[in-house]
Structure formats: structure tokens, C-alpha cells
Design a protein around this ligand. Structure first.
Ligand SMILES: NC(=O)c1ccc[n+]([C@@H]2O[C@H](COP(=O)([O-])OP(=O)(O)OC[C@H]3O[C@@H](n4cnc5c(N)ncnc54)[C@H](O)[C@@H]3O)[C@@H](O)[C@H]2O)c1
Ligand SMILES: [Zn+2]
Length: 323
């Protein structure tokens, strides 16, 4: 069982009570994005080695997206792949990171540059874990839900609008519906294009700039917070091309506000640094940036070539309160 120290402190008692530790070794890593490194993977390999983990063993990732990504990558590469199970404990992981089999770690030059596709044998979502999740982390996860709605379902987007108060209050029926519908959307997309040869790219909506912001701010903001800002930048590019009407963009921004997500780019953001980080996006071909943009809420277009000038203008607009 790979977990992080925060999750362990809060929930390890349940593992003990269930007798899990009679049959399993438990490794705690440091919480946070800084743990998504090859050094952590090496530490996990050492734990596998001590536990004599063979191909018949199973790795359980108990935690948020960081634990899932790093433990999944270790499982993907140990003995060329051992089975693993995801037990997501954050909203981000429950509605996005735990589904789809992407695993990996960061490199100094950028996020998620090292990784592998390795599907978990199962994903077990238990909403009880969310009871201890701080509000900021819960809200950050909601950005991915808005992303799924924006790329696939204008009806789901309306559902967010109508239920935003219950969602933020974490009412159980809405939380369960939110998790169920997000997993269904993501699984349907991944089911059609597991290795991101095409369609799956739409799941990266908001992530080209989002990952660049995350990297530029040295992971000071949550992943979901950066994705929210990245979606606003993408929408601003769509708007300036005449694809998304201003009347379609404004409600998206308002929804993010209602959910408690940041909508202003921090002043310290340097556009040149964002552009450089964007170039490392895995969708870049021959140095040309390719974005996922919206034609309208619910309809995403992938592989759109976007110029540096368009990105810089959109960054400026979102910094000034547009998007
Ligand atoms: N593989 C994918 O498809 C995929 C998709 C989306 C995001 N991600 C990755 O996921 C990461 C973000 O995930 P995250 O937001 O879950 O971050 P995280 O794993 O860092 O968790 C956020 C914080 O919440 C704490 N925490 C976790 N569960 C808790 C609980 N139940 N109660 C209290 N505290 C708890 C953690 O210790 C951590 O401090 C990023 O690295 C992102 O790149 C991966
Ligand atoms: Zn994401």
C-alpha cells in the first residue's frame, strides 16, 4: 500500500482495523506535488524489493492524484508491470486522476514528462475519505468536473450551475452524482482512445496553459486551480477567434467563481515563461502548439494550432479579469 503521510495520519486506522497490515506492507511518501519524482519511485522500488513483490502481487495507491501517479508508475515499471488498485482519497483523484491509466512523474523541465499507461485492475471510490479533505482541495478538484462538462456535455454544465450551492456544500447525493458522471465521461473517452492517439486529447482542455502555470508558480497553486485558469485562457482564445460568443464565456467564468475557484492569473506570471513551458506540452508537433479549444460549451475541437501572440493576448486578458 502506497500512501502519503497526511492520508496515513487520517485514515491508517481503518487499514489497521480491517487487518490489512497483516498481509501488506505500507509505505508513506511525503504529501504534495514535490513527491512526483523519480527519487520517490526509487524509494517505492526499494519497498517492493523488501516486500518481495512479484508479478502476483498487487500495489494499492491510497491517496490523491500524486500518490496515484507515482505509485502507478512504479507498478507499471516494476518487473515490467504488476497489478494495481486505485483508492482515490481526493475529489481530483476520484473524478479524474484514478480513471484512465495515466501514471507518471515530473521532470525538472516540466510536469508529467516521464510516464506510462498502466490501467489499474480496479478503482474503489469511497466518499467517506472526502470528509477530511480541506475545502481548497475539494474545490480544486471541481475544475476537472467543469472541464468534463465543457468538453462533452452542455447538459452536465447546466447541472453544475443549478447545483453549485449543494456541490460546494458537499451534499452527499450531489457529490455521488458528480463522481459517477465524471467517471462515466472520462471512461467513455478513454475507452475509445486509451493511448491518446486522437480523441483522448480533449481531456487536456485547459491543461496546456494550466500545466505551464503550475510549473511557472513552482506548484504553489493546486493542479485544479491552474486548470481552471487554463480553461479561461483557452476560452479567451476561442472568443477572440469568434468561436465562443462572449455570452457563452462569461457564464463559465461565473461558474468557476460560484464554485470558489480562482479566475485571475497571479500578477507574478511571466508570459514568456508560460510560452516556454507550453512548448513542452505533449500535444506540440514540430514546435507548434496545439490546443484543445471549445466551439461552444459541450463541443471541443482538438489539434488547433495557436500562435504565441494569441496566447500572450489571452493571458493578458485573463490577468485583467476577462475569460
Ligand atoms: N493520471 C491522471 O490521469 C491525472 C489526472 C488528473 C490529475 N493528475 C495529477 O494528480 C495530481 C493532483 O491530485 P490531487 O489534487 O489529488 O493532489 P494530491 O495527491 O497532492 O492531494 C492534495 C492534498 O490533499 C491531501 N489529501 C489527500 N487525501 C486526503 C483526505 N482524504 N483528507 C485530507 N487530506 C487529503 C494530500 O496529502 C495532499 O496534501 C497532480 O499531480 C496531477 O497532475 C493525474
Ligand atoms: Zn488535470
Amino acid at each position: 500500500v502506497i500512501t502519503d503521510r497526511t492520508v496515513s495520519k487520517l485514515h491508517r486506522g481503518n487499514l489497521l482495523a480491517a487487518g490489512v497490515e497483516k498481509h501488506a506492507s505500507v509505505l508513506e511518501i511525503s504529501p504534495g506535488e514535490a513527491s512526483k519524482t523519480l527519487a520517490t519511485v526509487e524509494m517505492i522500488y526499494n519497498c517492493f524489493s523488501q516486500a518481495d513483490l512479484g508479478r502476483d502481487g498487487v500495489v494499492v495507491a491510497l491517496g490523491g492524484g500524486v500518490v496515484g501517479d507515482v505509485a502507478g508508475f512504479a507498478a507499471a515499471t516494476w518487473m515490467r508491470g504488476v497489478g494495481w488498485i486505485q483508492v482515490p482519497t481526493t475529489l481530483e483523484a476520484a473524478i479524474d486522476a484514478s480513471v484512465g491509466g495515466k501514471t507518471g512523474v515530473n521532470h525538472d523541465r516540466g510536469k508529467n514528462l516521464i510516464g506510462a499507461f498502466h490501467q489499474p485492475e480496479a478503482v474503489l471510490v469511497d466518499t467517506d475519505f472526502l470528509a477530511t479533505l480541506p475545502d481548497r482541495d475539494f474545490v480544486a478538484g471541481l475544475a476537472e468536473s467543469v472541464k468534463h462538462a465543457l468538453i462533452q456535455s452542455s447538459e452536465f454544465l447546466e447541472w453544475h450551475d443549478q447545483n453549485s450551492a449543494a456541490i460546494v456544500a458537499r451534499d452527499l447525493p450531489e457529490t455521488e452524482e458528480l463522481i459517477y458522471r465524471n467517471c462515466a465521461i472520462k471512461a467513455a473517452v478513454v475507452g475509445q482512445d486509451e493511448r491518446e492517439q486522437g480523441l483522448r486529447e480533449i481531456l487536456n482542455f485547459g491543461h496546456t496553459v494550466g500545466h505551464a502555470i503550475e510549473h511557472a508558480l513552482r506548484y504553489d497553486l493546486r493542479h485544479g486551480e491552474c486548470v481552471g485558469l487554463g480553461m479561461l485562457v483557452a476560452n479567451e482564445i476561442s472568443r477572440s477567434r469568434g468561436w465562443m460568443a462572449r455570452e457563452a464565456c462569461a457564464p463559465v467564468r461565473q461558474l468557476l467563481v460560484n464554485l470558489g475557484l480562482p479566475v485571475r492569473l497571479p500578477r507574478s506570471i511571466n508570459p514568456a515563461e508560460i510560452l516556454a513551458a507550453c512548448r513542452l506540452d505533449k500535444k506540440t508537433r514540430d514546435g507548434v502548439l496545439r490546443f484543445v479549444l471549445l466551439r461552444r460549451p459541450g463541443e471541443a475541437i482538438r489539434g488547433v494550432q495557436v500562435s504565441d501572440e494569441e496566447i500572450v493576448a489571452a493571458l493578458g486578458a485573463v490577468a485583467a479579469g476577462a475569460g
